[in-house]
Design a protein around this ligand. Structure first.
Ligand SMILES: *[C@@H]1O[C@H](CO)[C@@H](O)[C@H](O)[C@H]1NC(C)=O
Ligand SMILES: *[C@@H]1O[C@H](CO)[C@@H](O)[C@H](O)[C@H]1NC(C)=O
Ligand SMILES: [Ca+2]
Ligand SMILES: [Ca+2]
Ligand SMILES: [Ca+2]
Ligand SMILES: [Ca+2]
Length: 384
């Protein structure tokens, strides 16, 4: 710095020598101390005067002073005992952020003769920051159809400390479905990953709540946690079902058009379109039945659509399908057995077969003159 100075007098030469000496001292005999961050005011850092080879008595007369770029008042020297102590709060995270090394550089200056000393005070990290997650609740939507071993990366926590105090380990609250895996990437934070260990079932557990906890490696350790809210999305894994496989109904013949035969109700454990369903006659149902009955595909009502005649047919077997609107759709089945009851809708029919007509006047009592036969198409008492 001042070496360009050309010595022209003995006094100037002496000054130059002193400067060279100071520079040499600073270069070779650097003094190092260390102090933990957040140390209390007055905490002892080092016997700075002694370590620099200065007498206590000369500190004041030689205008002993300490300069530090930017953070002047963090450390101070007691001129009575030559001790460097902590003067105000030293926060390593504020001073050095995430860098592993953190120190305060001090320049100690005395006059007469002028000497400059360099002192490094290393600020040691203490574990004063817990791991933090950027949100308190992380939401995940996972379809119930996801296969085992499916992986779902999560956002990890961060810890403002350094070294061990910022090394995080993760654990997951006990649960049936997920296990935790950790991806370690070089020079990168660990990524916690949820791994599916048991198939989800929306119908049983539509929503799961887990707790992910991060613990740092400090002593004592700190923890931070995040709630994982898992919404299980529906898959069409349930067919609509009827509560019975066979329904038996009885109805009178000649029932009015649109008379309700049966109102079917299927149910489907899924959600949304996966539980919306359409009722229909199965493809096995012959057209003769399709003509007589009408299925309301939305409501499941089967109504009369044509004349029902006991004498024509007294039972109907109707196979019904119910199909949901899922993709792919699933189908449920049932059978409706309709028994038609007789009504007295046929008059007896009389048929007369005459044998001997005209009848002779002298016909004997008891002669057969005609055969009368009566029939009735109805059954039971209606036909007797
Ligand atoms: C279907 O539901 C309707 C309306 O709730 C009800 O009237 C009908 O009896 C039900 N059908 C069966 C077969 O349970
Ligand atoms: C019964 O009603 C339906 C709808 O109103 C109609 O289409 C059908 O022709 C009717 N059947 C008879 C036999 O009247
Ligand atoms: Ca920490
Ligand atoms: Ca710290
Ligand atoms: Ca379904
Ligand atoms: Ca489902």
């Amino acid at each position: 710095m001042m070496l360009v100075y050309t010595p022209s007098s003995p006094r100037a030469l002496r000054l130059l020598l002193l400067l060279l000496l100071a520079a040499w001292k600073a270069g070779s005999g650097q003094v190092h101390y260390s102090v933990p961050e957040e140390a209390k005011h007055g905490t002892f850092v080092g016997r700075i005067a002694q370590d620099l080879g200065l007498e206590l008595a000369e500190l004041v007369p030689r205008l002993f002073r300490v300069a530090s770029k930017g953070h002047g008042d963090l450390l101070e020297v007691n001129l009575q005992n030559g001790i460097l102590f902590v003067n105000s709060r030293i926060d390593r995270e504020e001073l050095c952020g995430r860098s592993a090394e953190c120190s305060i550089h001090l320049e100690v200056i005395v006059d007469r003769p002028l000497q400059v000393f360099h002192v490094e005070v290393e600020v040691k990290d203490i574990n004063d920051n817990p791991p933090v997650f950027s949100v308190s609740e992380q939401k995940l939507s996972i379809p119930e159809s996801r296969l085992l071993d499916s992986r779902f990366p999560l956002e990890g926590a961060s810890d403002a400390d350094v070294g061990e105090n910022a090394v995080l380990t993760y654990r997951l609250s006990p649960n049936e479905f997920f296990i935790l895996d950790i991806i370690n990437r070089k020079d990168k934070a660990k990524t916690p990953v949820l791994v599916l260990g048991k198939m989800l079932d929306r119908e049983e557990n539509p929503q799961l709540q887990l707790l992910l906890t991060a613990t740092d490696g400090g002593k004592p350790e700190y923890t931070g946690s995040v709630t994982l809210l898992i919404l299980v999305l529906d898959a069409n894994d349930n067919a609509p079902i009827f509560d019975r496989s066979v329904y038996e109904v009885k109805m009178y013949e000649n029932s009015a058009n649109q008379t309700l035969v049966i109102w079917l109700n299927a149910s489907d454990a899924d959600e949304g379109v996966n539980k919306e369903m359409i009722y229909s006659f199965s493809s096995l149902v012959p057209s003769s039945i399709r003509r007589k009955f009408l299925m309301n595909e939305k409501t499941g009502e089967i109504r009369v659509n044509d004349a029902i005649d006991f004498e024509d047919s007294n039972t109907y077997e109707i196979h019904v399908d119910v199909t949901d609107k899922g993709n792919p759709p699933m189908v449920g089945h049932c059978t409706v057995l309709v028994e038609v009851l007789d009504e007295n809708d046929n008059s007896p029919e009389v048929v007369i077969t005459s044998l001997a007509l005209p009848v002779r006047e002298d016909a004997q009592v008891g002669s057969v003159i005609a055969l009368i036969s009566v029939s009735d198409r109805d059954s039971g008492a209606n036909g007797q």
